[in-house]
Write a protein that binds this ligand. Sequence first.
Ligand code: AMP
Length: 528
Amino acid sequence: MSVFANTLREVFGVKTGDRVAIYLPMIPELPIAMLACARIGAPFTVVFGGFSAESLVGRINDSEASLVVTADGGWRRGVLVPLKANVDAAVEKTPSVRNVCVVRRTGTPIEMKAGRDRWWHEAVVGQSAHCPPEALDSEHPFYILYTSGTTGKPKGVLHTTAGYLVQTTLSTKWVFDLKDTDTFWCTADIGWVTGHSYVVVGPLSCGATVVMYEGAPNHPGPDRFWAIVEKYRVNTLYTAPTAIRAFVKWGEEHPKKHDLSSLRLLGTVGEPINPEAWMWYHRVIGGGRCPIVDTWWQTETGSILITPLPGATATKPGSATRPFPGIVAEVVDKDGKPVPAGQGGMLVLKTPWPSMLRTVYRDDERYRRQYWSEVPGAYYTGDGARKDEDGYFWIMGRQDDVIKVAGHRLGTMEIESALVSHPSVAEAAVVGRPDELTGQAIVAFVTLQSGKNGTAEVRKDIREHVGKTIGAIAKPAEVRLTDALPKTRSGKIMRRLLRDIASGKATVGDTTTLEDYSVLAKLREEEE
Ligand code: AMP
């Protein structure tokens, strides 16, 4: 790590405060690059390898990174991911980038632009393994992580150095009861916040051994996770409900083939876990002996905020239980008044915490508006929740235009802007519908430009276009073509109705503001 920190300075001219974009597969160079940046105080932004060249452009330009660290490619279910080719396309549109550092991972032939691109293994030659850490203010920016919000443009969540480190370390210690003799496996990709906090920073600062893998839970076989747990004698496994639901579907025989006796603690994150999946995880993976920690938190919170502490908190399947010590969470109405037990409301945090985001990068106003204006005197999480008589929190999902597909966060507006950039599309509205496996699935209602025909081919092309614009994870599960979208008289798309239609529910509630009732009937017909 120190070798690369010196390389950043000496070869790529990165100075304290300069931004570095990291677009790598799940290989050791990824945490090495992050920690090397931290060592010299260069804020980094990790861009998930599944994001497209276009998404990379937006993130590099917003952060004005001068260096991109990437690889010649990555592997996903045996298929090559052309990371360097994406970077080449992106840097055409990113004036801030001076250099690209390329890790040799797949051996794929790639183009190296003289003067701009350097191989990692060549750049590090001759660099010293001694790099004293830069002395920094506790509030010095640590990293920027772009996440979806309620507008078309992802926001750069800014985390700073000391508070983030303190709370990720403490939460790893207490929530996972982690010791330096443990082997810890958080299965998240480092491109998401879970990977930042619980693959890299928390467990490493606790001195634990961390497992990382490049790939997918069903490749080469549906027992990939269990083979890894057995091989490395993993003690703590931290994964997403969506993965657990897939394992349930694939069958118990796969975990049963492996010795999982090393496991002593299990965790989940990213979305609410349904009690059936919780019970299965407990029985089949945990052998009935491992506690489960259902941990609620967000990119913005930096570390786990609502969670059981193993051995100390009695769990209830489906509840993230109670706030972490020091966290003041509450379920309130729009005026900030706590709602009675058992009633749904807005989940807020009433006092600051060390690992909270400090701002939206270069957009303090958006930070204020998004998080601090909805509920007087509190941080609004965007989540709905209820608290039961025992003070346990039950998270009910997002209340804003953010959807969670397989635990990945996507903004409906972001997908809509990708859709309307397709030459055949006139207007688009995106909603989430419940999905047994992925929690939520994306449904896009689309009207075409006049004269364009709604063939299956066009529908497919529209899906692919979203994949190219944002990344494969944002491709709608369904594209529904319609003549018009239901709107209020003031022209606002009535998403609630679309959500009902997408999930096949009868439309409930007030529809008197609908501009054109026939649109609704039409959308239903198209469903048949
Ligand atoms: P992200 O910032 O991408 O990690 O997404 C954060 C969102 O994921 C939260 O606002 C919740 O909607 C959801 N979430 C995370 N953890 C949990 C959990 N344990 N239970 C329910 N929802 C969760």
